[in-house]
Design a protein. Structure first.
Length: 202
């Protein structure tokens, strides 16, 4: 098995494990933005680890990429995600987030210069979509809050997919660990500060 494929599988497993814990955490006295900000406060450790001479110049040089990740991926993407998870049941949030590969492939087809749809990808998308639809939901009718939650989850996929494609278009220009450290630290701080001002301290 190729190392890149193994990393992709591990990342998918880790991403799938996180969602139930987020839903459980939100069932306590945490508000969405407070919870998200606290989660990404760990970014300060990664940021300190990747600290190096000339890094501020590097951030300035690639400011468009960093701002994209901080505001679109972290702030907009995760704010929408946490509110979305808070508004719908765990079953529905899992179904919607299961559409991530489908939406990302469509975004890549529209935005990426070297990742267009072909016959194999179309068949894979159709099979994946059928599996998602076949999962069903918890059987409860959706109210305005549930519909809003679904829209927010879909928006979070779009925001994060757009950022991921932007990063792939700029690959090799910035160390990926440093890139992730910067977006987690500054994005997490931004989420938490805005959360404190809008939700209060919880």
């Amino acid at each position: 098995m190729k190392k890149g494929l193994l990393y992709a599988i591990l990342a998918s497993i880790l991403w799938a494990i996180v969602n139930p814990f987020i839903k459980q955490g939100l069932s306590y006295d945490f508000t969405p933005m407070n919870f998200a900000g606290i989660r990404f406060s760990v970014g300060i450790l990664l940021f300190a680890y990747t600290w190096h001479k000339g890094m501020w110049q590097e951030i300035k040089q690639h400011k468009k990429l960093f701002l994209n990740l901080i505001f679109i991926n972290m702030f907009m993407g995760y704010t929408a995600f946490y509110f979305g998870v808070d508004f719908v049941s765990g079953a529905i949030s899992s179904i919607i987030m299961g559409m991530t590969p489908l939406i990302n492939v469509l975004l890549a087809h529209l935005l990426a210069s070297d990742d267009k749809l072909n016959g194999h990808k179309i068949v894979s998308l159709i099979v994946g979509l059928l599996l998602i639809v076949g999962m069903g939901s918890d059987g409860k009718p959706l109210d305005w809050k549930g519909i809003t939650g679904i829209v927010l989850l879909l928006l979070s996929i779009v925001f994060q997919g757009y950022s991921a494609i932007s990063v792939s278009e700029e690959k090799g220009k910035v160390n990926p660990i440093f890139l992730n450290a910067v977006q987690m630290f500054f994005g997490g701080v931004l989420i938490y500060v805005v959360g404190l001002s809008t939700e209060g301290y919880h």
